[in-house]
Design a protein around this ligand. Sequence first.
Ligand code: MF3
Ligand code: CO
Ligand code: CO
Length: 254
Amino acid sequence: MARRDFIIHTPEEIERIRVAARMTAIARDQIAEQVHPGMTTKELDDLAGAIIRASGGVSAFHGYHGYPGNVCISVNDEVVHGIGNPFRVLNEGDVVSIDVGIQYNGAMGDTAKTVYVGKEIPPAEKRLLEGTRLSLEAGIKAAKNGGFVRDISKAVERVAKEHSLGVVRDFVGHGCGIALHEPPEVPNFAAATKGPRLVPGMVLCIEPMLNLGSYKIYVEKDQWTVRTADGSKSAHFEHMILITEGQVEVLTRV
Ligand code: MF3
Ligand code: CO
Ligand code: CO
């Protein structure tokens, strides 16, 4: 059977998705502000749980395929899907990716950012965080009504290469809105096919996962935590965008 390869949301759905996305963006920044040296990543996940509850929504990740955390917390060589750990103390020099998903009123938000623990960010970490953030911005800029998913992918990949960062290929962005993961896939590299055309009502998560070293990754024995194969540090930024007749709307920008 032919699977639908993209989803167009109705205006009524889009109203609810906008609200959930905005709640998620606010929670993302509140959680990121809590990061400080000396805390454990489990403490950070507990704080995230409290922030999500206070928002009025529920974690979109907790229980998703059995995921145990409230949010994903991925430190240094952890790329994505890291789980808060009571024995992992954050130290100055760590880079921490925080990925937040909130379900509210039947709609989903999904957004991520990476922060540096400490005051003076060293040049390599700065290149990693700025390069990843800028690759996401380039992807957003490349998303145009009437264009193709691959336009986004190419722009992300170009900026990643300009910063000499490895582009993770085994995990990709995605449609989002009513389910956490909807079609289509949004790769961070130019795939062989153009992918679907971008049309009004599409909601996409663009989420570059870039490494200081090789693009290669592996999944840990816990079946969740994704790590770089070479142990290099990794960053992850994610925004949800809505394709409209005119300018693209970034639903997770606050
Ligand atoms: N937030 C991830 C994404 O951006 C998905 C996390 S699923 C979880 O697509 F189960 F690990 F939380
Ligand atoms: Co996410
Ligand atoms: Co996502």
